[in-house]
Design a protein around this ligand. Structure first.
Ligand SMILES: Nc1ncnc2c1ncn2[C@@H]1O[C@H](COP(=O)(O)OP(=O)(O)O)[C@@H](O)[C@H]1O
Ligand SMILES: [Mg+2]
Length: 257
């Protein structure tokens, strides 16, 4: 049966039971270095999914494959029922890369406009969305500033807003809160939770365990594989720990054993 629950089910190929983001034996090697090691993953629609793991565990590489920036060495990846790189539903995907990918010689507002235009948004809805996002990232007063003149944290916030301008079905955020003030981080997380409540799928990588614990499902990556996955509470219960950091350590030991 086709998913009739909303926008995610409008196109053929996206079955009810299939996750929004799926990896099957996904593999990526760089000159013999295995960055993603036969990864299996299935993320359901409407999930706020946190990907955690040490530097080099393959989080960014996995996301880059999902958004079509990198070609896998093997296996299969599907987003919204379409094999990557997806063509038909490219406007249904949002991506905030770990490295900055905005135009520093343009203003904040011009960047948002440009990204909106790339996704063929009409001027009205685009302008409305711009206001909403400028509030979210607390940059209303800096809208006419050149990005090159902003602080690192502000640039990061512009990048986040640009990735969300077209209100995508699936949003990949690679360390979206690095360098963001704690106060503003709270606002971000409120926004991510709202997105999920609207049936969007949000995949976030983070180093902050206090953030990971707010995700519906956490996937723990180690050496290109998923070593544990579940609700934060379950992961702590399964390891008799009281925080995700300790739970991660425990799963790592078990994995290495
Ligand atoms: N373009 C690349 N060329 C060679 N090695 C890479 C490249 N991108 C990533 N790697 C390697 O792949 C592994 C996984 O990296 P990455 O996906 O960035 O991990 P994470 O995002 O979890 O920190 C690391 O060992 C990294 O050095
Ligand atoms: Mg990374």
């Amino acid at each position: 049966m086709k998913n009739k629950g909303g926008a995610a089910g409008d196109k053929p190929g996206f079955e009810d039971g299939e996750g929004s983001v799926v990896a099957e034996k996904l593999r990526k090697e760089f000159d013999g270095l295995v960055a993603v090691d036969d990864l299996d993953l299935s993320i359901r629609r409407g999930t706020l999914y946190g990907m955690i793991g040490p530097n080099g565990s393959g989080k960014t590489t996995t996301i880059k494959i999902m958004v079509g920036r990198l070609k896998p060495t093997g296996g299969r990846a599907r987003v919204l029922g379409e094999d990557v790189p997806i063509v038909e539903r490219v406007a249904d995907i949002g991506y905030m890369p770990q490295e900055m990918a905005i135009y520093t010689e343009l203003t904040v507002s011009e960047n948002l406009q440009l990204f909106g235009e790339l996704y063929s948004m009409k001027p009205g809805p685009r302008a409305e969305r711009e206001e909403e996002l400028l509030s979210m990232v607390d940059l209303r007063e800096r809208r006419h500033s050149l990005v090159s003149q902003l602080s690192g944290g502000m640039k990061h916030r512009v990048s986040l807003a640009c990735s969300m301008i077209h209100d995508p079905e699936v949003l990949f955020l690679d360390e979206p809160t690095v360098g963001v003030d704690p106060e503003l981080r709270v606002g971000f997380w409120q926004h991510f939770t709202d997105l999920k409540a609207r049936g969007k799928t949000v995949i976030i990588t983070t180093h902050y365990m206090d953030e990971a614990v707010r995700c519906d499902v956490v996937g723990m990556m180690r050496q290109g594989r998923l070593i544990a996955e579940g609700k934060p509470k379950e992961l702590m219960e399964r390891t008799s720990t009281s925080n995700l950091e300790d739970a991660f350590m425990e799963f790592s030991w078990r994995d290495a054993a």
